[in-house]
Design a protein around this ligand. Sequence first.
Ligand code: GLP
Length: 244
Amino acid sequence: RIYPGADQACAHVADAIDKLLRTRQQEGRPAVLGLATGSTPVRLYRELIRRHREEGLSFAHAVTFNLDEYYGLDGSHPESYRRFMQEQLFDHIDIDPANTHVPDGTAAREQVFDACQSYEDAIAQVGGIDIQILGIGRTGHIGFNEPGSGPESRTRLVTLDALTRRDAARDFLGEENVPRHAITMGVGSILEARQIFLLAWGESKATIVAETVEGEQRLAVPASFLQRHKACTFCLDAAAASHL
Ligand code: GLP
């Protein structure tokens, strides 16, 4: 779907989340959301906060799982994804903090494998992800599934691509401060969500969006494996869609 601007795209995705939350509240069952970080979903989170404040949208029955976290950063680090989520969404809505999950970037090396397995188990225990929100990196990554990540990959420790670290350099005040590793849900884990919305804005995403949507499914562009999902929508602004 191509929208004139990001706000219209976010309104559409917010509608889907709104509907899920209200339905599950009536049924007394959890609504399970897969959430993303980066600049892209910020406007969506702003719209959800607005609906919470002005329209009584409740997150009391929501359970969230974030895609990824930088390895080595704890939740108080200004660039950690835990901190990002608190500031951009969780601190402004009525979600139970115990229901918000972000991979633990501080797990010791020898415990990472088990921590990743537990993350997947926790998702399975609540019945899987209903709606997964994704951004896309210029390497074609979703979460931190860099080129080489296969469609069956699961939650794991990964090495960040040089371009990804360069793109993050400004936030970290220098490339040398950007962590080299991250924990991310796998492409296979992401593909198990019942519904997926990938958001992309701006000219800088146009090339990778076109390769993802129109190219072959391939390891060089992990996001291309979304083509095999039955309910995946790319919500783009005109600039991000300009190379399609
Ligand atoms: C990071 C995140 C991704 C995100 C990507 C794009 O690498 N791990 O989940 O999609 O950045 O970031 P932005 O939305 O700022 O362009």
